[in-house]
Every structure is written in structure tokens, then in C-alpha cells.
Design a binder for this molecule. Structure first.
Ligand code: 2HG
Ligand code: ZN
Length: 456
């Protein structure tokens, strides 16, 4: 049991009851042991600094905790660690219209930043299904992606400045909102995607942008997977897409069984592409659509006629993850360059079909940016452990297909515990050695999220 916490935190900000430990000790993964010793809710940077110093002196480990919507176990505390929740550091501190910058605390919920931007007539474009509960600090620590990456990039692209408490308890301000800053190493980018292994992000300066035109959503039925890539190329050659997503018929049936939604098209089709684009581009989009039908790539399509219909079409894609959660899916979050995607998905699909003819496989994802979500569903009559073992055994083969194409074994979900032992498929020996050395610089006593991302 870590000493000294009671002197730092009031009873209101320090919890040890089993319900709090269970809730704040894990993320959306359900397969890891959850055993934190305490959860703290700091309210200021000073409290975070004091906590990190105490962790160094008393040799206990810290696990940062945002909205805990992660899917790789990055926020799981399984070894008596102290969980550091940012739920009470969730304020917007400053807004500059001229700079289009919001300075906020790490616990600000992503959706609250989006809503604030909208109030100011601006736009925060990083978006995903969990934006209602995920927090900016967590988005930064995992370099969250989501559904608009094809147009707006990743969280990293919107971070203009960071205040971080390093693993040794120093406070550093990185970049401070500047656009141009050619003064050596940009430390800000080391903390983006570091999964809390180097320090705790306590504040951020997030960039906003001009609000886009009203959006139109189109869902197309595509019988053959490789043709999705031709459809993507045809649309991208003609207009700017805000999103280009895909899902398989099997993934669609799971959402329809879970939610009160309509099939997008009268007939079922093996694959669907979901596109979003600016309304003023509608005529051009319609003519590309007609061409994709003439080419035989697309059988049918639907165009949103109202905001409600657009939201319902999006729900068909964004609702998949939640609708398959009851099947305790084995998750893969893979990326390769778009040009290699056709042959890659064919190889992995054949591998998965041959390895588990008895398992249901759901494909979906952000195909416009090269990111595929491959979820393998557990049959109801198979024990969880046995299912996990069988899936785990095939992972190296899938990852080998990734490695041979210089892809990534975790495109946007991070490494955490789930992908840690497979990191060598994506990162070289030298990369891993440099990452471990950097960890020693920022966190010499290994108090920051040990065992995540890199072996503890
Ligand atoms: C999505 O794109 C999320 O829906 C979750 O990244 C993906 O559950 C998944 O595998
Ligand atoms: Zn995703």
C-alpha cells in the first residue's frame, strides 16, 4: 500500500473502495487483471507534481486515467498502482480567437471541446464514437484518430502546446501554442502517443479550425472488397472527402441486431462504403457515384436526406464496436499503405478463415486512411481463455503480413498491454532501444505506467 497519499489528498480526492478501484482501474478492455491500490483525483498541477514526487520517493507506480475508453489496456492498473484520474481537471482555461487556440486541462471531455469550438463558430475535428466520454489528455497520450483523419489528421496535428509533469516530477511547457518554432527537439511530440509512460499531460493548447460546410453522407454497396479502393480513388480524384469508412455485411448485421436502425440499402451487399463530403460538392459526388455504378464497382447507394438520416447512417458504422462488445471480440487494429490494402486484406482474410472456420469475423474501419479493424467474435459455447489462446496463436501470422508490408500492428488503438509483446513487428530493435532509453530519461525510477507500451 503506497505511503503518504493521505497527507497529499483529502478523503474526497483519494478513494480505495472496491467499486472505485474496479471502475477507475480499467479501460474498455475486459481481459486484464484489475488491481489498483488507490485512485486519486488531483485538482491542480501542483497536486500532480507532489504526487509524482511522492511516487518516486516511496517507489509506487502511477497509471494515468482519462475517459478509459481505450481498447489496448493502456489505462489498466493490475499491480497495485495508484490510478491518477483527471476527472477533476476538466476545465477550459483560456481561449484565443486570434490564435484559434483553446488551453484546457487534460481531463476535458473531447465532446466538450467540440461543443466549445462550435459555440465560438469554429471546429475541433478529431472525432470518434467515444468522444462523449474520452478526455483530451487520453486522446493526446494515444494520439487518437477516428473518423475524420482522411481530411483533418490525428490528435497530434491539433496539439499546439503541452504542459507535462515528467516521470521525475519536473514541469515542462512544450511549444506554448506556437506555429513556428525551430529551436531543436520538439518534445511535445514525444508525449503524444506515449501512453503516459514518460509523464502526465496536465494541460494542452489545442488548435481549432474554421467550421466546414454542412456535410452529406452517402453509403454505397460494394460487392468486391478491392473495388472499395477504386471507389475511394474515384471520389478523391474529384472532391475532398471528410470521411471514407467501410464495414462488412456481417458487421452490419450485428449493429442491426443491437440498434433500432434501418438497412442502408434494400439488398444486402458483402461490403459498404460510407462517405462524407461538403454539401456544395454534391453534384460532383453524384456524377462519381454514377460512374462507380457503370464500372460495376457499386451496386446501389443512399444519400442522406436529413441530419437525422445522416446520423443514422453514421450509427451503422460507429455503432459496430459497441454492438459486438457482448461477443468479447479479439481486436486487431491494423494499417498498411492504401496501395497495399487490397492484397493485404485478401491475405489476412484467407488466414483468418483457414485458422478459425468456426469463428465469426467482422471487418470494418477507416479505410480512407489505411486503417482496418479486424474483430474476431467469440462463439457463445467457447470458454474465454481458450478463445483468447486460439486468437493469440494466430496473431503472429497476421502481424507478419503487416510487417512484410511495413504496416502497423496498432494504427490508432495504441499498444498498452494488448500489443506490447508484438511491438517488434512494427518497430525495429533500434527503435525499441531508443524508446527504452527515452523512458529512462523522463522516468528514471519507472513510476509512469510501467509495463505499458514497453516491457516493465
Ligand atoms: C472504431 O473505429 C473504433 O469504431 C473501435 O476505433 C474499433 O472496436 C474496434 O475494433
Ligand atoms: Zn477506429
Amino acid at each position: 500500500m503506497p505511503h503518504g497519499l493521505d497527507e497529499l489528498f483529502s478523503a474526497r480526492a483519494l478513494k480505495r473502495d472496491p467499486d472505485t478501484l474496479a471502475q477507475w482501474g480499467c479501460d474498455w478492455t475486459r481481459s486484464f487483471t484489475v488491481a489498483p491500490s488507490a485512485v486519486v483525483f488531483p485538482e491542480s498541477v501542483e497536486e500532480v507534481v507532489a504526487l509524482v514526487r511522492l511516487a518516486n520517493e516511496s517507489a509506487f507506480a502511477l497509471v494515468p486515467s482519462g475517459g478509459r475508453t481505450g481498447l489496448s489496456g493502456g489505462a489498466v492498473a493490475g499491480n497495485g498502482e495508484v490510478v491518477v484520474s483527471f476527472d477533476r481537471m476538466n476545465r477550459i482555461l483560456d481561449f484565443s480567437e486570434a490564435d484559434r487556440l483553446v488551453r484546457c486541462q487534460a481531463g476535458l471531455v473531447t465532446g466538450a471541446l467540440q461543443a466549445f469550438a462550435e459555440e465560438k463558430g469554429l471546429y475541433y475535428p478529431v472525432d470518434f464514437a467515444s468522444s462523449g466520454s474520452s478526455q483530451i489528455g487520453g486522446n493526446i497520450s494515444t494520439n487518437a484518430g477516428g473518423i475524420k483523419v482522411i481530411r483533418y489528421g490525428l490528435t497530434r496535428d491539433w496539439v499546439a502546446g503541452l504542459k507535462v509533469v515528467t516521470g521525475s516530477g519536473e514541469v515542462i511547457d512544450c511549444n506554448q501554442g506556437l506555429v513556428k518554432n525551430a529551436t531543436g527537439y520538439d518534445l511535445r511530440h514525444l508525449f503524444v502517443g506515449a501512453e503516459g509512460t514518460l509523464g502526465l499531460v496536465v494541460e494542452a493548447q489545442m488548435r481549432l479550425t474554421r467550421a466546414p460546410a454542412p456535410q452529406q453522407v452517402m453509403v454505397l454497396g460494394v460487392p468486391a472488397f478491392p473495388d472499395i479502393l477504386k471507389v475511394l480513388a474515384a471520389f478523391q480524384a474529384t472532391l475532398t472527402l471528410s470521411a471514407f469508412e467501410f464495414f462488412s455485411e456481417r458487421a452490419l448485421t450485428k449493429v442491426l441486431a443491437h440498434r433500432d436502425l434501418q438497412r442502408p440499402l434494400p439488398e444486402s451487399v458483402p461490403f459498404y462504403a460510407l462517405l462524407e463530403f461538403d454539401e456544395p460538392d454534391m453534384d460532383r459526388a453524384m456524377s462519381v457515384f454514377e460512374r462507380t455504378v457503370e464500372e460495376g464497382w457499386v451496386t446501389d447507394g443512399v444519400l442522406s436526406q436529413s441530419e437525422k438520416q445522416a446520423a443514422d447512417l453514421w450509427a451503422l458504422r460507429e455503432g459496430i464496436s459497441e454492438s459486438i462488445a457482448p461477443y468479447t471480440p479479439y481486436k486487431n487494429d491494423l494499417s498498411v499503405r492504401i496501395s497495399l490494402m487490397g492484397e493485404f486484406i485478401e491475405e489476412v482474410d484467407a488466414l483468418v478463415a483457414a485458422s478459425y472456420p468456426d469463428f465469426e469475423v467482422c471487418w470494418y474501419g477507416h479505410i480512407g486512411d489505411g486503417n482496418l479493424h479486424l474483430n474476431i467474435l467469440k462463439p457463445a459455447d467457447l470458454d474465454g481463455e481458450a478463445f483468447y489462446e486460439r486468437c493469440h496463436a494466430i496473431s503472429p501470422k497476421i502481424f507478419e503480413a503487416v510487417r512484410s508490408r511495413n504496416g502497423s500492428i496498432s494504427a490508432e488503438h495504441g499498444v498498452g498491454l494488448l500489443k506490447r509483446d508484438f511491438l517488434g513487428f512494427t518497430r525495429s530493435e533500434s527503435d525499441l532501444a531508443i524508446m527504452a532509453a527515452l523512458k529512462r530519461v523522463f522516468d528514471p525510477n519507472q513510476v509512469m505506467n510501467p509495463g505499458k507500451l514497453l516491457p516493465g
